[in-house]
Ligand binder design. Structure first.
Ligand code: FES
Length: 98
């Protein structure tokens, strides 16, 4: 990716549910996951429905994932860093759903 000033944005690698993902360094984890078409990140504890980012500003807690073994991390207010390991509670959608 090239910035508005013509520079190449630094990229980093994270691991999501065991799969390597390369993204622009320093953006939010939710942005990376949605960019990878991962709309559902957790399950509703009552009805087991899939849930995903809603507010994008740390209020609704719908984007909770596990980061480096720590559960309940809000992806929308967490910046990615190299080597970050992310686990969601929802299996990746089938390719035809993308
Ligand atoms: S999307 Fe609402 S807390 Fe992250």
């Amino acid at each position: 990716m090239t910035t508005a000033r013509g520079r190449t944005a630094p990229r980093t690698r994270i691991v999501v549910d065991g799969n390597s993902v390369h993204a622009v360094d320093g953006i939010s984890l939710a942005a990376v996951l949605v960019g990878e078409r991962r709309w559902s990140l957790r399950r509703n504890p009552v009805g087991d429905d899939p849930r995903g980012p809603f507010c994008g500003m740390g209020v609704c807690f719908e984007c909770e994932v596990t980061v480096d073994g720590r559960p309940g991390v809000r992806a929308c207010i967490t910046k990615i860093y190299d080597g970050m390991r992310v686990e969601t509670a929802v299996e990746e959608e089938a390719p035809h759903d993308r």
